[in-house]
Design a protein around this ligand. Sequence first.
Ligand SMILES: *Cc1c(COP(=O)(O)O)cnc(C)c1O
Length: 398
Amino acid sequence: MERMREIVPGAPAAEGEIPLAVPEIGDVERGYVDDSLRSGWIAYGPYVDRFEDAIRSLIGVDHAVGVSSGTAALHLALLVAGVQPGDEVVCSTLSFISPAFAIRYAGAHPVFVDAEPEYRQLDVEKLAAFLAEECVRGEGSLHNRGSGRRIAALLPVGILGHPVDMDAVSALAAEYGLPVVEDAAEVLGATYKGRPGGSLGDVACLSFNGNKIVTSGGGGMVVTRNAGWAARARYLATQAKDDPLEYVHGEVGFNYRLSNPHAALGLGQLERLPEFVEAKRRIAAAYEEGLGDVPGIGCPRQAPWAFSTYWLYTIEVDEAAYGIGSRDLLGRLLDAGIQVRPLWQPLHRSPSVRGAQAYRCETAELLHSRGLSLPCSVSLTPEDQARVVDEIRRHARG
Ligand SMILES: *Cc1c(COP(=O)(O)O)cnc(C)c1O
């Protein structure tokens, strides 16, 4: 039988297979979930408040609103930041698809900016060039010269556990009068110049999907220092309900609230975040040790201003130097029972947002063709990791 090529986030691997990244659920989480189920609070409930409080204190912002997914959090973040139908939002192209979708949910259009080659994060120099060269200022707003649309927000995405150079993004945001919506779904536990991922924009989104460093089985959070925005996100997430008793809805809302059992699982996981970050960094160091000298294999780097969680350990395969390309290596690793995945198709290539503007996105295309994510579950054993390293070394030229 052909091996399953689809990897379901948060699903167990087949017998004998080394999974890409599976959650590690312990007694703390089981206890909280059991308590939440026994309590009778099955939809909204006290664990939601506790989970929000824990995120607030971890990230150091005043407001956190638990929602049903990271994508929902992004959608709400864009709405509270003032994004309107017909606007444009400038977004990292090298990302999981969610920000592109969330921008479309808001009725706006994404404009994509490239990644830089060193840390694979949003290229802020290209972002600056885009704003300076492709946009025009007028009457308190900024417009895209080509499309004529208003630029409504910047949406930098910290990817693979490493933050974006956010001071540079914030400086541009201030210069052009734009809000920053930080997609921090992949940088929970990471820091930028000592400041936590999720605290770096005007509003940020977190995800607790099955493959994230902390999972609630499905969930997300909107975090912000802006009390008005938080209140509006909460209102929109709870069906825009105006009256606690009567069914009065002031506008079109969403059913985006997080459930109590999900929050219980998320809270238990969050208490173990330091342990998970330590495990991810230990795994990264072992890969660096095992693969750092293989010609044509590029290991992820950490910027001097960053503390990376190495959430999803992703190498670059340079075919000319290594001998075979990333997709050939991917096939061989899958055949050997080792789950790996290519890096995402850059968003400007996604058929889902066909026709969106892409600003000089060549580095993201190169990273996409070379990128390969390796097994890095926090429970990965040294023996299994050595098997991955051996398999990669075995296919190297010479
Ligand atoms: C996972 C992820 C999201 C969305 O989270 P969901 O909870 O799966 O909706 C958003 N942005 C990025 C960069 C992600 O990796």
